[in-house]
Design a protein around this ligand. Structure first.
Ligand SMILES: C[S@@+](CC[C@H](N)C(=O)[O-])C[C@H]1O[C@@H](n2cnc3c(N)ncnc32)[C@H](O)[C@@H]1O
Length: 245
């Protein structure tokens, strides 16, 4: 049984209004891509709201894809913040390349992931390539299968304030990325997952429903964003705000 706590998007926005009562809080975002695999505007606004609330210095993204979210994070953080984003190594992938059955994307989770990997390998992170030097300088790309990521070797232990898990969607990958994220997170930090409640990627929902039995996980309604607040951020979205009324 899932113990996920559902909150409306406005419960996050209330925290912004409370924190910045005399400011119009805005953010920089590109027009969303017409292709699958990106964030909606609402999802982008939720991630940026948390950036405004915690002012993260080091951010990590599992799953770069076209780089739209890497650029979103870079565009809305302090100039000294750094965004690390990881995706598969195209050289490694080409060795085992499998063709995509286009009739099954958006239906079959494995075919969908296969499509996303192939798109990354053929097109690269075009939003990063199209961004300014200032934005590019904030983003560090890592080309490696996340299953081979060794946070200790990379000196990532306890480094990140903000981690976004949106790489491979199979159960074992989400589990491994989450285990690594926990090691990589600072004492006080936030982990986000994308594709909770997705119609395609059942494994993300299955993993988080199980994980929520022992961990306080929130799902933002009308989005596929789930998150966990760690350390002193536990009260970031206060219990009053969480009442879904
Ligand atoms: C849904 S897309 C990421 C979208 C991106 N975060 C955004 O918001 O625009 C998933 C990405 O994860 C990558 N991926 C899949 N399995 C992976 C793995 N085992 N290690 C690293 N990256 C992986 C795919 O190549 C794909 O580019």
């Amino acid at each position: 049984m899932s113990k996920i706590i559902k909150i409306r998007p406005k419960k996050v926005f209330i925290e912004i209004e409370n924190r910045f009562p005399k400011e119009n809080v805005n953010f920089i975002v590109n027009i969303p891509t017409s292709q699958i695999g990106g964030l909606t505007l609402l999802e982008s606004s939720i991630l940026v709201s948390f950036i405004k609330l915690i002012n993260p210095k080091y951010l990590f993204e599992f799953g770069t894809y076209m780089g739209a979210t890497s650029v979103l994070l870079a565009s809305n953080t302090h100039k000294s913040s750094k965004i690390y984003t990881l995706d598969i190594d195209p050289k490694e992938f080409e060795k085992n390349e499998s063709s995509v059955d286009m009739t099954k994307i958006l239906i079959d989770d494995k075919e969908n992931d296969n499509f996303l990997r192939n798109t990354f390998v053929s097109d690269g992170a075009k939003y990063i390539k199209n961004s300014s030097k200032k934005i590019q300088n904030k983003i560090k790309t890592i080309l490696q299968n996340s299953l081979d990521l060794d946070p200790k070797k990379k000196k990532f232990l306890g480094k990140f304030d903000f981690i976004f898990i949106d790489g491979g969607h199979e159960y074992h990958i989400v589990k491994k990325d989450t285990e690594n994220a926990l090691m990589m997170l600072k004492e006080n930090g936030i982990i986000f997952w994308h594709d909770y409640n997705s119609n395609i990627h059942d494994d993300v929902t299955k993993f988080l429903d199980e994980y929520s039995k022992n961990n306080k996980i929130y799902h933002v309604e009308n989005t596929m964003i789930a998150f966990m607040l760690v350390g002193s951020y536990d009260n970031l979205v206060n219990e009053k705000g969480i009442n879904n009324e």
